[in-house]
Design a protein around this ligand. Structure first.
Ligand code: NDP
Ligand code: MG
Ligand code: MG
Length: 332
């Protein structure tokens, strides 16, 4: 059984005299620094001058400074920069300002696990990874609850790395929902597998293939869109709240029998073998190398060429019209 913690198991006392620099004020940085500040911790925000976030962080009441200055002042440096620039900012501004006993903290393990960052031995290296987007991390905190996090210590130089990790997790509200212990290796490999095979890659491919099957058989695209894309959320909400079996118990008898018998005809042992290949490419570093090489060569163009293809897909054109019908006032 995985090791877990709840709010009452953790004290913020070990963090009371520590300064925490949150580097980056984007999706996670904004939410996490506001939660930690509201929890009474000493937060400073490190950003690049002239960027969009500086004003925002300042107007939210934070002390904002350059990444170098924030790292100099801080005991704990919580790196919430986009993953692909962490290595570059580490080299120029974070690394040179690390000293014995400080902590380098992350919400994703990739930079350390894949050695994009080569951190010194005389610091703590820790992770608090919320299992939800930043908007949820803030929203649930303001509702006096939280978004669960998985937590890990990669390097415990001071002997206080766990106090620091758990303190941050408590201060962002995560411990109210619950914390689960992981490792840097497990976090990055399962995170990447989930988004490739299931959440983003798998789900998008399944929706597109289902849509194409119906449209190629002569059904109206609008009807196909409703059936294979729009309604998926209702099912996933049930799965999230009640589990797969709970979902089966809540759909019609025909959906239950049809889904139970036809699902395995769609996702077959061959699909599972492909999932294993995808996992292997993550574990042995093939994917990491490919992604870094691509990003170095093409930057954001690395995925833009695929994005253009999906944008041209009929489901996107129909989808725009359908979503305008259901959310007339919102823009995309
Ligand atoms: P974002 O893309 O939202 O981060 C953008 C922030 O980084 C902005 O404040 C931006 O400032 C700042 N920034 C960009 N370049 C620099 C620079 N050179 N120097 C200083 N600041 C810079 O990142 P996320 O919040 O999505 O991700 C942060 C970490 O959290 C990642 O490790 C990610 O894997 C992890 N994570 C993210 C989740 C999510 O919900 N997105 C979920 C769980 C983990 P400016 O606006 O001024 O350019
Ligand atoms: Mg994830
Ligand atoms: Mg991820």
């Amino acid at each position: 059984m995985a090791k877990t913690w709840k709010d009452k198991d953790i004290s913020l006392d070990p963090l009371k005299d520590q300064t925490i620099a949150v580097i980056g004020y984007g999706i996670q940085g904004d939410a996490q620094s506001n939660n930690m500040k509201d929890s009474g911790l000493n937060i400073i925000v490190g950003l690049k001058k002239g960027g969009n976030s500086w004003k925002k962080a300042e107007s939210d009441g934070h002390k904002v400074m350059s990444v170098s200055d924030a790292c100099k002042k801080a005991d704990i440096i919580h790196v919430l920069l986009p993953d692909m620039i962490q290595s570059e900012v580490y080299k120029s501004e974070i690394g040179p300002n690390l000293s014995k006993g400080k902590a380098l903290s992350f919400s994703h393990a990739a930079a350390i696990h894949w050695k994009w960052i080569d951190a010194p031995k005389d610091i703590d290296i820790i992770m608090v990874a919320p299992k939800g987007p930043g908007s949820k991390v803030r929203e649930t905190y303001l509702e006096n609850f939280g978004t669960p996090s998985i937590v890990a210590v990669h390097q415990d130089f001071t002997g206080k790395a766990w106090d620091r990790t758990l303190g941050i997790a408590k201060a962002i509200g995560s411990a109210r929902a619950g914390l689960i212990q992981t490792t840097f290796k497990e976090e990055v490999e399962t995170d990447w597998f989930g988004e490739q095979a299931d959440l983003c890659g798998g789900a998008a491919s399944m929706i597109q293939a289902s849509f194409e099957t119906l449209v190629e058989a002569g059904y109206q695209p609008e009807i196909a869109y409703f059936e294979v894309l729009h309604e998926l959320k209702l099912i996933v909400d049930m799965i999230q709240r009640y589990g797969i079996n709970g979902m089966w118990r809540r759909v019609s008898e025909t959906a239950r029998y049809g889904g139970l018998t036809r699902g395995p005809m769609v996702i077959t042992s061959e699909s599972k073998d492909n999932m294993k290949k995808v996992l292997k490419m993550i574990q042995d570093g093939t994917f990491n190398k490919e992604w870094i090489d691509e990003y170095q060569k093409h930057g954001k163009d690395s995925f833009d060429k695929y994005m253009k293809e999906t944008e041209a897909h009929q489901i996107e054109k129909v989808g725009k019209q359908m979503r305008k019908m259901m959310w007339p006032d919102s823009t995309e």
